[in-house]
Design a protein around this ligand. Structure first.
Ligand code: PMP
Length: 327
């Protein structure tokens, strides 16, 4: 297939069955990491940029600034390189080195803020930095993924539609929440088109998005140290908070059971599904889960035993962090 534009190559039709994960449910993973920018955030980035162009606030010569845990930054870098926009991305020490290198290779200026928030994350610091830049350079445009309705709209119109078209029937959807664009967009669409589907929002322990206590987090993608303006908690039937340790265990389990190397936030979503196993008994539900990215960006963190030991304590062969294949 020949594409006029690399950014048109959105892969919205890849689903993998995960029979190892549940005895009582049929689980399907929507794999988003095959997009050109390597994650689900390509759709967010296209949605944000096209909306800003339509509103007339963005054109060549107008500098763009955005805060990202990594993936939106890579996706915006791809689009800005293709369209000739000047892009500055504000990230933090949890952003993977490979995402930063990827952005720089595409010509983006990457700023890494280092001061942690009082809430254990870096989002407030990233946003304070952007506000300061906007004061100094008022010509800059901030698309603000945390408050911009074009973010959930992209997932309402594309991610959720392709999810329901691909799987036809979904009893439970497990979806991670960072900016909450994927969660809000998919939950809104499914409540319109598949009202029986139970929406389970997956967050990290230590995130304040759904009103729980703040704490340190190391895996980029899920969670926030300030509630994104977009978040509509009432759209979730339930919210599950997953410890990063459990997310790492599930990343390693899916790798060894299926050969699929997924990112840390996918591990959180899988851990949330395993916590539901008893509740799946009896009805054989069809369960959908969204995998935002693949694991190659996390080889030096989630999949590195030394990094895991340094941050989560010693792991022995008895420890669930050292996964063994199950069939
Ligand atoms: N997982 C990963 C790896 C991500 O990069 C993101 C985006 N921050 C998410 C999950 C959450 O997606 P959203 O911002 O749409 O809530």
């Amino acid at each position: 297939m020949i594409h006029a534009n690399a950014m048109d190559v959105v892969t919205d039709d890849v689903f993998v069955a995960l029979p190892y994960l549940s005895r009582h449910a049929d689980v399907f993973l929507k794999v988003e990491g095959l997009n050109p920018a390597g994650s689900i955030k390509l759709k967010t980035a296209v949605g944000l940029v096209e909306d800003a162009e339509r509103r007339g606030v963005l054109s060549v010569g107008v500098p763009l600034i955005e805060s990202s845990s990594g993936n939106l930054g890579v996706a915006l870098s791809c689009i800005c390189a293709a369209k000739g926009y000047d892009f500055t991305c504000v990230v933090d020490p949890n952003t993977s080195e490979s995402s930063i290198a990827h952005m720089r290779a595409l010509g983006t200026e990457v700023v890494v803020v280092r001061k942690p928030d009082t809430n254990g994350g870096y989002l407030n610091t990233r946003i304070d930095y952007i506000r300061e830049q906007l004061r100094r350079r008022p010509e800059m445009v901030w698309l603000n993924q945390y408050a911009n309705p074009a973010n959930p709209a992209a997932h309402h119109d594309r991610t959720a539609r392709s999810l329901l078209d691909g799987l036809q029937h979904i009893d439970h959807l497990f979806v991670g929440a960072g900016s909450t664009g994927t969660f809000v967009g998919c939950a809104t669409y499914l409540r319109e088109h598949s009202p029986h589907t139970r929406i389970i929002a997956v967050d990290s322990v230590g995130s304040v998005t759904f009103g729980t206590a703040s704490g340190p987090r190391r895996i980029p993608g899920l969670g926030a140290s300030r509630r994104p303006e977009l978040c509509r908690p009432a759209l979730a039937h339930e919210v599950v908070h997953v410890a990063e340790r459990d997310a790492i265990r599930e990343c390693r389990r899916i790798a060894r059971n299926t050969g699929l190397l997924v990112g840390g936030s996918t591990g959180s979503v899988l851990a949330a599904i395993t916590a539901y196993e008893d509740r799946f008994r009896g009805g054989r539900p069809r369960v959908a889960a969204i995998s935002p990215d693949l694991g190659d960006r996390y080889l030096r963190t989630v999949y590195d035993d030394n990094w895991v030991r340094a941050h989560f304590g010693e792991i022995g062969t008895e420890d669930p962090l050292v996964a063994t294949a199950e069939r």
